[in-house]
Write a new protein. Structure first.
Length: 180
């Protein structure tokens, strides 16, 4: 019998001083059985960094032809394709061809740095691709925010992101490795 996704309800307040974007988002996130709490939280971070009314979570891990998040315009064209982790060059090439912009958010420390060293030259040719490394000093504080019903505040200023709920907070640093 196949395991089912776990559903999380999130009320996310985003204050992004870089984009002058301030809004509240009521989100429903389906966490795939093979997905960790940490990865799910990084999906929320990616959402907050690009928050808009049309940005949505996709089926993610269970579907190879979709990103973790995307934004489509009213005619169905993909404006923004967001992947987490370390996709291979073939996936990046396909996504860059289908979307106006693609963003990759790496988050696994030294493994992400090794991936970037291996792919940096190959990915440089994609003009519509941005790559960021998200660094959390203490992943346990990020995981401590996870609950089935979450009320999260996110503040974004320069290359720093703060996530908080109640008396738990964590800081994430976003380093741009490649900008579109």
């Amino acid at each position: 019998m196949a395991l089912k996704a776990t559903i999380y309800i999130v009320e996310l307040q985003v204050s992004d001083t870089n984009r002058h974007y301030y809004a509240s988002h009521a989100l429903t996130i389906a966490k795939h059985p093979s997905e960790t709490d940490t990865r799910m939280m990084f999906r929320l971070i990616a959402f907050a960094l690009n928050a808009s009314e049309r940005l949505i979570f996709t089926r993610g891990l269970s579907t190879e032809d979709e990103p973790d998040l995307w934004q489509q315009n009213l005619s169905g064209e993909i404006e923004l394709w967001i992947d987490l982790g370390q996709p291979d060059e073939k996936r990046v090439r396909k996504a860059c061809g289908r979307a106006h912009r693609m963003i990759i958010y790496c988050y696994s420390g030294s493994a992400a740095k090794l991936w970037w060293q291996q792919y940096e030259e190959k990915l440089f040719r994609f003009r519509n691709l941005s790559v960021f490394n998200l660094d959390v000093a203490d992943l346990s504080t990020l995981d401590a925010l996870v609950q089935r019903n979450m009320e999260l505040n996110c503040t974004i200023q320069d290359e720093q992101i703060w996530f908080s709920s109640g008396n738990v907070s964590t800081q994430i640093d976003a380093m741009g490795w490649k900008l579109a």
